[in-house]
Design a protein around this ligand. Sequence first.
Ligand code: IPE
Ligand code: IPE
Ligand code: MG
Length: 251
Amino acid sequence: MSYLDIMFFKKSKNNKIDINNLPNHIAIIMDGNGRWAKKRGLPRSAGHKAGAKTLEKITRYAGNLGIRNLTVYAFSTENWKRPQQEVDALMELLGEYLDNYKKLIGDDNIRIRIIGTKVGLSDEILDKINVVESATAKNDGLTLYIALNYGGREELVNSVKKIAKKICDGELIVDEIDEGVVSDNLYTTGCPEPDLLIRVSGERRLSNFLMWQSAYSELWFDDVNWPDFSTKDLNRAIADYQKRNRRFGGV
Ligand code: IPE
Ligand code: IPE
Ligand code: MG
């Protein structure tokens, strides 16, 4: 064995995944598309295109590995602040993704759900969302949650409004409100909380992503920009997750 072989062996050994102890839900903040493009002298939209390719690759890999739930942050409620041209390019890309999801993901058994507010999305995108969600509703492989026009604070405000309405309508009384009721009125109803939350591109913040749901998620930060994120990088995150001791406040 050469020195390089030994180093590779050591590395792959360290990143070995225990297939019986996979995180049930992985959430990813797909960040750094713009910086990836800038480094190459390309427009930001080229970074988003490259990022969409990474999403296809990672979704397929996670599904084959046996991950049950994958949530990806595609567009935040704050991303509308970006130049109109970039917002338009992102919406176009999302539309293309929804149109071609089958070909892109290459797996007929993936269930796709979109989480976030519908307010502000075009009728065209809303139609595509309906089509994809109903076409994949009965699939029982990986569930891919795409956080689109999603913000954790907006989601919580929306949940409070829904609960208040139920109280006004006599469906609920104030004393019945507990954590379960709040959870059930979020966009992620029925979805388990993320076990592992990954942010790439060197940033170390949540940026309004799954703030309620990630209360006890294990966090993993990677410096690589999203278009360069590889299946090896995902393995590294999972392997590290598997070494952690989750206490949930206990001992
Ligand atoms: C992530 O990449 C994609 C979205 C937020 C839509 P960015 O566009 O944020 O890329 P950076 O962070 O500016 O490099
Ligand atoms: C978070 O990335 C949103 C998405 C990845 C969709 P941002 O690039 O918008 O976050 P900030 O502005 O760096 O916090
Ligand atoms: Mg960013």
